[in-house]
Design a protein around this ligand. Sequence first.
Ligand code: AMP
Ligand code: MG
Length: 424
Amino acid sequence: MPDLPDLIPLEIAQAHVLDGVTALPAETVGLADASGLVIAEPVRSLLTVPSWANSAMDGFAVRGSDIATASPTSPAVLRVLGEVAAGRPPEMGVEAGTALRIMTGAMLPEGADTVVPVEDTDAPAGASEIPATVAILAPVKVGDHIRLPGSDVTADAPLLGAGRACDAAAIELLAATGHGSVAVHRRPRVAVISTGDELVPPGRPLGPGQIHDSNSFTLAAQAAEAGAEVRRLGVARDTLEALLALLREAAAWADVIVLSGGVSVGAHDHVKAAFGTLGDLALWRVAIKPGRPFAFGRATVDGRDVRLFGLPGNPVSVFVTFELFVRPVLRRLAGHPRAFGRSTRVVRLAEPMRGSSGRQHITRVVLVPDPERPDGLLARSSGGQDSYMLASLAAANAMIFIPPDANLPAGAEVIAWELRDRED
Ligand code: AMP
Ligand code: MG
């Protein structure tokens, strides 16, 4: 690790953490397992879609020339020869003066070039009986309501590029174009460890001096939301041996290990020593509030790269440092082209805000529509900003970056990262 100043700027720390991080190897997964994974190689269509002409409506397949002048007062009356339903090839064609009842998605019969929606006929919609004749009450342009072969996708057309996340629309397209599986980057594996003799699992009674282990649940949820496969390995007691035992268990499986607590200079803080034993340690004091103490390390375990994050113990510091450092690494491992995936916006302060001395103050806020600017947003503090205060974190829908030593008036512009959907 290069020599760094005592308190290093956020962007420099982020660049170090991301240095050398590349997408995990590709593997082929079935579409049912592809959700959220990132496509590793460009995908082309295996099919022409639609593969054959079919009806876009429930109605009647006709010859357009038979109905060119149809109207309610002088309908074109056609003999109905039968029906074409979806999934079965037509048993007959359409000839002059005849029609076939046809369902949406059914193959267009031979001889037909137009579909008349059932609403433009005298046939009752949804009737089970096939009528002997049908009166067409409105002219339909030749070729209307027909989906032509290849009008959506042609065989071998490029569909999705590498780096595209498999969202619902991508999976739909893959499935419809003949793909049963897709090559994606492997999901990053994240092991989460809490440290501290004071920690008790949530839901259990607390003894004197004890608190609930909230961090490992926060981190597991954040990692899962970032697309990782997560294992919570529990709480390491405040001894180097206990910490090393859990770290070694984690390193046998994980790409990324995230610990919380035990990273500062307290007498019982063993994370730095443990990282140093397992691999290379870089310890930084990052110029942010909350989240100043921060340990980062790298280890090679059975030829695999393992990244080690020692986050501060305070729950809000955990949340914020995960956002700023761990999430971008997970996204890059997962194959996302943009490591920093949060929607970033310039917003205005609803109230004056002070920065902190020498550090960016990452402030929990609620973004609401700005009454003075169309499409603009105002940031309002979501509550107490100390790093142990969780109520304001759950209330926030964004975090904003107040520059070091700033003293900003209401209306000043700042950068916001949106953390979840707004409720307005
Ligand atoms: P430490 O860095 O270990 O001294 O922890 C700093 C603060 O974070 C202390 O108040 C701890 O009790 C608290 N803390 C540490 N780990 C957790 C955890 N897993 N869940 C909730 N709070 C924690
Ligand atoms: Mg501790």
